[in-house]
Design a protein around this ligand. Structure first.
Ligand code: G3P
Ligand code: MG
Length: 237
């Protein structure tokens, strides 16, 4: 297994606002070994740790990420929506996130969200930052739902461990995963079948399920041989 059995989803998003430095720090404090975070490009090309296409759900601002610059994003309160005690949380650049996660000694699954941004706009700066800062590439998996993003990552940085994200696993999963030399399949636990786990494991891939917040939902999946889960509630597992 490359990552850990229990991966903190967006940090530790049941105890702190998702994709904030506070969520990373709580994950480390609670003994989580790997975290998953999301990365996307905002309007001026800065890459930030954020999940949604807009700022509305997880901040006191409004608008799409592509309408914001890093300066306007830095003005937003990204914690109070979760709880007043987090009112100092600000959006982090992916550089700030990577440095924090690495200094906490956590493994990282960096999920690249392309939305409508240009491939190179998103991936080039991320690869540059990883080259500059990330020390242990065994403790890093880059994942995406977007095949073009993963293909480009593989071309530009073949040494990266890539995880293929799927909602439902398609029939041509093996060809897709071989094309990018993936190490893992990250799939929705709701759609996963036992035969798919058997085939994935036989082909040599790690299998991680998202987003599992109730242990009983994956009782069978563990028996089928999955390697780990993404959860907002690592404390329940
Ligand atoms: O990477 C696993 C999971 O985070 C994928 O879905 O929407 O939570 O980013 P989402
Ligand atoms: Mg994600």
């Amino acid at each position: 297994m490359i990552a850990s059995k229990i991966i903190g989803h967006r940090g530790f998003s049941s105890l702190a606002p998702e994709n904030t430095l506070a969520a990373m720090s709580i994950a480390a404090k609670k003994g989580v070994e790997w975290v998953e975070i999301d990365a996307l490009a905002c309007g001026d090309g800065s890459i930030v740790m954020w999940h949604d296409e807009t700022v509305d759900r997880c901040s006191d601002g409004t608008g799409t990420m592509s309408d914001h610059t890093i300066d306007s994003l830095k003005q937003l309160d990204c914690g109070s929506w979760f709880s007043p005690e987090f009112n100092t949380q600000r959006i982090s650049t992916i550089e700030e996130a990577i440095l924090s996660i690495q200094s906490l000694g956590l493994g990282l699954n960096l999920e690249l969200k392309r939305y409508d941004s240009n491939l190179k706009t998103l991936v080039d700066p991320v690869l540059k930052l990883l080259q500059k800062h990330w020390l242990d590439f065994d403790k890093l998996i880059i994942s995406s739902f977007d095949q073009a993003t993963l293909t480009y990552c593989h071309q530009q940085a073949p040494y990266l461990q890539l995880g293929q994200l799927y909602g439902k696993i398609p029939d041509n999963w093996l060809a897709q995963m071989q094309a990018i030399n993936a190490v893992s399949c990250h799939c929705n636990h709701l759609h996963l079948q036992q035969s798919q786990v058997t085939d994935l494991k036989q082909a040599g891939y790690d299998v991680y399920c998202y987003t599992v917040n109730e242990p009983q939902l994956v009782e069978n999946h563990w028996k089928w041989g999955i390697d780990g889960i993404f959860t907002d509630y690592p404390q329940r597992f």
